[in-house]
Design a protein around this ligand. Structure first.
Ligand code: 8DG
Length: 142
């Protein structure tokens, strides 16, 4: 009863995402396909955490499924909670690097490797904008 009175607490989906950085410091951005939710929006690859899975294990699994590469997690960035019209997403970002494999797009429509200063020009999924901004700011300071 108490929880039902707080609809904003329902439908919170935990989603991990990978900010993959290459040896030149470029960042990987992926474009969702026309048939996915948030069609053609840009995002960091990743996906929903499954029951019993850690965020880190989820990310490594999702990246293998979506891009066919193995990644190593270098750093966790702050979680961004974003309210879409029908669902609230907790976006859990990790900075990563590829340890093996060549990228093959299994689900996405397109991808780009971009300098951090080019990132904000993309049409990002709304939940990602704060993550991109944090990443840019963090890299300007460090
Ligand atoms: N993977 C990923 N998903 C994101 C990002 N930003 C963002 O809002 N999302 C949303 C899109 C989806 O609603 C959800 C992640 O689900 P998913 O990647 O497993 O995608 P999906 O196609 O299976 O999702 P859905 O169509 O079933 O909603 O989080 C992001 O940077 N990466």
């Amino acid at each position: 009863m108490f929880l039902l009175a707080k609809p904003y607490l329902r439908n919170v989906i935990k989603v991990t995402c990978a900010i993959i950085v290459n040896a030149n410091g470029l960042v990987f951005a992926a474009q969702r396909s026309a048939t996915m939710s948030l069609p053609l929006k840009w995002e960091f690859p990743g996906g929903k955490i499954e029951p019993g899975e850690t965020a880190e294990a989820s990310l490594i699994r999702e990246i293998k499924e979506e891009l066919h590469v193995d990644v190593e997690i270098l750093k966790a960035l702050p979680v961004n909670t974003h309210q879409y019209p029908n669902v609230s997403i907790q976006l859990i970002p990790f900075v990563c690097r590829i340890t093996s494999g060549q990228i093959v797009l299994k689900e996405h429509f397109d991808f780009k490797w971009l300098h951090k200063d080019e990132l904000l020009a993309l049409d990002w999924a709304e939940a990602d904008v704060a993550v991109v901004e944090y990443y840019i700011e963090y890299n300007n300071i460090n």
